[in-house]
Design a protein around this ligand. Structure first.
Ligand SMILES: [Zn+2]
Length: 308
């Protein structure tokens, strides 16, 4: 049993090394490069992987902040006006709140939705969303319609995002096309390798088929790999005492062993459930720049739950 995890660990390190090479830029070149703004760190990773040294890429939502609720600083709005493009991840809270205002703030800036073409998960709605309310807003309104926004935590989606980033870069900088196509292809090979490593981990007979999570960042991951994600938070709200009790019961009934938490969200409810059920709390970083590492980390946690 020891052999397989060790093999996968070594393979993972090789994949990571291969995926991270080729960005050896100096600070001086960097300041001169034209700027692209994106919403979150994982999208910065995909964009840099394809743009190489032709652009400098910055994220709107800094490390440690929640992209569901973040507000940009005045300095970020100035930097945005100097950007050549804005790339959105699609439907995250920050974009729902700010996209129109950002577009008003920088009217000549092209906006690209990198989630275009993704098979979106639609959340069930409890509140009534009326057409009149939309019409009242007076202009094109990017309402989510209850779209699950965490599209990037999936290999299938990552390939679609990469394709959209490639198109965006070619449209704002046609001269770089050859570079972008080559780098896009190598990114897609990395994504494919990560996908097969994740599948290997999850195919272990000991692997968990269901997990608890505070904030439902792994909806697309769960769909892609046939897992069941049970979210503690519901529609951005903390659970009621009745819901907590229900979660504790569900945890016991299903033999759930892991509760994922992420640093951007409160973990007290997760700890409460863990104490009552003996489940293990595991920190994940779905907003990390290191997309590959994070995908492999989640898979490793589910694949060998007893090793830690
Ligand atoms: Zn989120």
């Amino acid at each position: 049993m020891m052999k397989q995890p060790l093999f996968i660990l070594i393979l993972s390190l090789v994949v990571l090394a291969a995926c991270k090479s080729g960005n050896g830029q100096t600070a001086a070149d960097e300041a001169e490069r034209p700027l692209i703004t994106v919403t979150i760190e994982p999208l910065r990773y995909f964009t840099e992987a394809i743009a190489g040294e032709r652009f400098r890429v910055v994220s709107m939502v800094p490390k440690g902040s929640s992209p569901e609720t973040y507000d940009p600083t005045p300095a970020q709005l100035v930097a945005l006006a100097e950007s050549k493009a804005y790339l959105r991840i699609g439907h995250i809270g920050f974009e729902q709140t700010w996209a129109d205002r950002l577009a008003d703030n920088a009217p000549h800036l092209p906006f690209f939705d990198t989630s275009r073409g993704i098979d979106l998960i639609h959340e069930e709605h409890t509140h009534q969303h009326t057409e009149e309310a939309d019409a009242h807003a007076g202009h094109a309104h990017h309402h989510s319609g209850g779209v699950e926004p965490h599209v990037w935590n999936s290999a299938v989606n990552a390939r679609i995002i990469a394709g959209n980033v490639l198109q965006a870069l070619c449209s704002i900088d046609p001269a770089g096309r050859e570079t972008y196509v080559a780098r896009h292809d190598s990114l897609c090979r990395c994504i494919a390798r990560v996908d097969s490593l994740v599948r290997q981990q999850l195919s272990s007979p000991d692997a968990d088929r269901a997990f608890l999570i505070y904030h439902p960042a792994l909806s697309y991951f769960a769909r892609e790999y046939g897992l069941r994600q049970i979210s503690i938070e519901k529609e951005g709200k903390e659970p009621s005492p009745a819901r907590l009790k229900q979660l504790v019961d569900e945890c016991k009934a299903q033999g759930i062993r892991i509760i994922f938490v992420q640093p951007e969200f409160d973990r007290r409810n997760a700890e409460l459930i863990a104490r009552q059920t003996g489940t293990r709390i595991v920190s994940i970083h779905p907003l990390s720049y290191d997309w590959e590492e994070e995908m492999l980390n989640v898979a490793a946690q589910l694949g060998q739950p007893s090793v830690h």
